[in-house]
Design a protein around this ligand. Structure first.
Ligand code: 5AD
Ligand code: SF4
Length: 435
């Protein structure tokens, strides 16, 4: 009988797709997936290290699962920690958590079957060249599919652990990416998301990101193309021109600004000023007036004064993002910001976060409210939480709930927005559409 595995994943889309790659590696080796940890021979947790909270959560889960079974020799499963926390702490985790059997970093997943069969406690957290081209990922998000175009990051934003846990930036070959997209489109996938920590610095020989996007759009056929994450320093007009020229590239841009203060941006090592950022937004909105814009912001970065914070509030007010993901600063050991002295007290970080959340909520509601009664093309993605509802996405990546419909996931439908009071909307079909 084949060995069974259960997997939980935390963190960003890159990690979610890595878990699909891990599933591909395991299933090619004969393992089968179960959705109950009690039935698994192997439990894998794919961890995120970006903030302390994410790290604490996954380690809590490791201990909880580890505590369930006295000993593997008495029938307990093999417990495997993958992902960014595995890379960050490596062997330390094996020393600290007795119930943990394997610790495997993001570049070493191809070794998983061997390590599991070998079954000695071990940490493998090397940085390696290369990528997972050729692995048949087990995708779990039909009609959506992630395609990793690059791994790692060279930016070294001063708060960020990613360059330390994901290593140097490397781009996948354009040919293999395009082939993967063509294959996904032929298999019926209808929303293909290109993934990288900084997609705009993609480079393979002569192929830059705008070139890749152009080719990806052709290869995708009728499928939509999205891409994350863009860096404001590298996002350029050539990319916007491709977005304008291709119907199937979604009109959504996630462009993390992090702060509205030049002083803080400088301390964050972001490589742009607020004016330069605003100029890019103007250029983008000129070309694509309907663009849906989202961002990330950190509150309470070391040295952030009340005045700095107010500049962030003003920037949100000026740009009016459709949605913003807001975080309070979390100190990450090993990053250069962790050495800064002028620490903002935890309560103040939280107070600013709460204020900003309330402030942005008003803008999100106002902007989504404008969609009421409009007709938008959406992609039905699957079941919603309630059994009598389906979930769909707009090109702008807004979630739309459909009441009482029964479309095949992957169908494009025109809907009239009936309720819009935040990032989630309700829609009524006005006729099936096959674009
Ligand atoms: N503390 C808080 N937020 C962080 N992010 C990255 N590192 C940290 C940190 N140390 C946020 C940034 C990034 C998003 C993915 O997570 O806003 O864009
Ligand atoms: Fe993704 Fe960064 Fe978290 Fe790793 S640390 S899962 S790369 S967000």
């Amino acid at each position: 009988m084949s060995m069974t595995y259960y997997m939980d994943v935390y963190g960003c889309q890159m990690n979610v797709h890595d878990s699909e790659i891990i599933a591909g590696i395991l299933e090619a080796d004969g393992f089968t997936n179960v959705d109950n940890p009690e039935l698994a021979d192997i439990i894998l947790l794919v961890s995120c290290a970006v903030r302390e909270h994410a790290e604490t959560r996954v380690l809590g889960r490791v201990c909880q699962l580890g505590g369930k079974w006295q000993d593997r020799k008495q029938g307990g499963p093999l417990l495997v920690l993958c992902g960014c926390v595995a890379q960050e702490h490596g062997q330390d985790l094996l020393d600290r958590i007795q119930k943990l059997d394997l610790v495997v970093g993001p570049d070493c997943y191809k070794d998983l079957p061997g390590l599991i069969h070998n079954s000695t406690r071990q940490a493998l957290a090397e940085f390696r060249e290369g990528d997972y081209t050729g692995i048949d990922a087990v995708r779990k998000r039909f009609p959506g599919a992630f395609v990793t175009i690059m791994r790692g990051c060279n930016n070294f934003c001063s708060y960020c652990i990613v360059p330390y846990v994901r290593g140097r930036e490397r781009s996948r070959s354009a040919d293999s990416i395009i082939e993967e997209i063509r294959d996904l489109s032929e298999k019926g996938y209808r929303e293909i998301t290109l993934l990288g920590q900084n997609v705009n610095s993609y480079h393979d020989l002569d192929t830059s990101f705008p070139d890749l996007l152009d080719q990806a759009s052709d290869a995708a056929g009728s499928a939509w193309i999205r891409f994350v994450t863009s860096h404001p320093r590298d996002f350029n007009i050539e990319t916007v021109e491709v977005m304008v020229s291709k119907d199937n590239i979604c009109n959504h841009l996630h462009l993390p600004v992090q702060s509205g203060s030049d002083g803080i941006l400088h301390m964050m090592n972001r490589g742009y000023t607020v004016d330069e950022y605003l100029e890019k937004i103007r250029m983008l909105r000129n070309a694509i007036p309907e663009i849906v814009l989202t961002t990330d912001i950190i509150t309470g970065f070391p040295g952030e004064s009340e005045e700095d914070f107010q500049k962030t509030v003003s920037l949100l007010d000026e740009i009016k993002y459709d949605n913003a993901f807001l975080f309070k600063y979390s100190e990450r050991t090993g990053t250069s910001a962790a050495d800064l002295c002028d620490v903002v007290p935890e309560e103040l970080r939280l107070k600013r976060l709460n204020y900003l959340q309330e402030f942005q909520r008003g803008i999100t509601v106002e902007k989504s409210g404008k969609l009421k009664t409009r007709i938008l093309s959406v992609l039905v993605t699957g079941n919603a939480k309630r059994p009598d509802q389906q979930a769909a996405r707009t090109r702008g990546n807004r979630m739309v709930i459909l009441q009482g419909t029964d479309y095949e996931p992957g169908t494009f439908v025109d809907v009239r927005i009936t309720r819009a009071d935040g990032w989630t909307h309700f829609g009524e079909p006005v006729g099936a559409k096959d674009i």
